[in-house]
Design a protein around this ligand. Structure first.
Ligand SMILES: CCCCCCCCCCCCCCCC(=O)SCCNC(=O)CCNC(=O)[C@H](O)C(C)(C)COP(=O)(O)OP(=O)(O)OC[C@H]1O[C@@H](n2cnc3c(N)ncnc32)[C@H](O)[C@@H]1OP(=O)(O)O
Length: 195
């Protein structure tokens, strides 16, 4: 299997709006502790989920993203919001999955195309503290036609301890994906799923 070069992005990237990529943006690099080889990017709504666009921030607390193009590796800063507390002081597992889905998905979309998650497998290694600085790491494992495989980790920023790890399968979609879904849903309501 060969990995597509980040320099030869495919046509699916036309789905993205123009991105503001900040090269060597010192305040953001410092906030995530990235070295010179990394570039950083501020979200501007081009790659936020639909409900997060008006807010201009990820509801799951995933923020500054930094990319190492040579390794196709992404880092982000993450804070579990209080709303996603599960056990006392620790994150609900559903939030852990969502945060990992986000960091893997962002990485795949940075280096390949608009995708949806087809499969996500999460190992919960340690409880994840709410309100503590975390980092997300993700990298591309393989590209095979429309299928992109990626791995990611959620770590405690203070020590780099790995709290959770996920592998994901993402499928490249075409622009009609959501239109087809709306049509399918409407049809289900008409036929009750019998047609
Ligand atoms: C939330 C969206 C935001 C968008 C705005 C951007 C905002 C920026 C956010 C940045 C980060 C966000 C990241 C979150 C991303 C999500 O969370 S997306 C939401 C959750 N996921 C979904 O809703 C997907 C639901 N499933 C589907 O729509 C369809 O099943 C799929 C995945 C599109 C596949 O359907 P299809 O296009 O008909 O393709 P199909 O031929 O079935 O499969 C293609 C290939 O994949 C394989 N495959 C498919 N599914 C599987 C599977 N589960 N296991 C193994 N193989 C599989 C098939 O076997 C086939 O293999 P080949 O035969 O080619 O070898």
């Amino acid at each position: 299997m060969t990995l597509a070069s980040p320099r030869t992005k495919n046509n699916h990237n036309c789905l993205f709006t123009e991105r503001r990529i900040l090269l060597c943006c010192a305040p953001y690099k410092e906030s995530i502790g990235v070295e010179a080889a990394w570039r950083t990017r501020i979200r501007d709504g081009d790659r936020l989920c639909t409900e997060c666009v008006p807010r201009g921030a990820c509801k799951f607390g995933v923020s500054v993203l930094a990319f190492d193009d040579a390794a196709q590796h992404m880092r982000s800063t993450i804070l579990c919001p209080a709303a996603y507390e599960g056990g006392p002081g620790v994150a609900h597992g559903g939030w852990v999955c969502a945060a990992l889905d986000e960091v893997l998905g962002q990485t795949v979309m940075e280096y390949h195309a608009r995708v949806v998650t087809a499969n996500l497998s999460v190992d919960f290694r340690l409880p994840v503290p709410v309100g503590e600085a975390l980092t997300g790491h993700a990298w591309i494992d393989a590209l095979d036609g429309r299928k992109v495989r990626a791995t990611g980790e959620l770590r405690l920023a203070a020590s780099d301890a790995v709290l959770a790890r996920a592998t994901g399968l993402f499928i490249i979609i075409d622009p009609a994906h959501y239109v087809r879904h709306a049509d399918w849903l409407a049809q289900q309501k008409v036929t009750g799923g019998t047609a």
